[in-house]
Design a protein around this ligand. Sequence first.
Ligand code: BTN
Length: 242
Amino acid sequence: MPLIKLDAIDSTNDFLKQLFKDSVVEDYTIVMANEQTKGKGQMGAKWISEPGKNLTMSVLVKDVHLKNQNIYDFNIAVALSVSDTLKKMGLPNISIKWPNDIMSDSKKVSGILIENIFKHDGNFNSVIGIGLNVNQTDFKDLPQATSLKCITGKDYDLEEIALLLSDSLRGFIQVLAKHREILWDFYHQNLYKLNYPSPFEDKNGNRFMGIIKKVTRDGKLEVLLDDDNVTHYDVKEIKMLF
Ligand code: BTN
């Protein structure tokens, strides 16, 4: 699979989207950058990453056919591909924090930003951005983040991990076509704080405790509240306070 290595770029997701618009780009093309000057996180946040130390990469997945699946099926396949790669690399206590942050214990090690380019037939091309903290060891300003090196003490080759991630992505997307139920079971087995009392904050800033029961097929978090009510939240309505 083609691998494009850049020194500095605004965002690897934006670069790959533009490249795809302007030219013919092969399926599973990877773009990785030493440094992003405008790295994008979920919900308009910035993605901050120490230059040269971490993986900031995007992968193009062309012509995704959802058939009877919905878009969230695709998202869980992506999250699983990252968590599974880290587990296979020997990282301990890896889980997926809804919707698709990758955690080691209770610290975030990777974030995912999926940007889909829809076609007229409802199928889409997807630019999958992965930020993975690898060799950075100073997280003074980000106390809830960690890196592979902080966890294991080892240094890692960024390109090697990029290739592992892209292979894993391909594998999980293939599984998605045939074994959606298995994927969902696997997602729940890997879900951070499933069935544990956890603190949340709603969009008005109210804090409360609840227990995650599952993620619904349309990507909502099902939470059992203290008053025994079960409520479904979408990603804009609630955040987990670690
Ligand atoms: C998040 O957790 O908020 C998602 C972070 C995604 C960051 C990656 S880094 C590579 C790609 N390019 C970007 O601008 N963002 C994603």
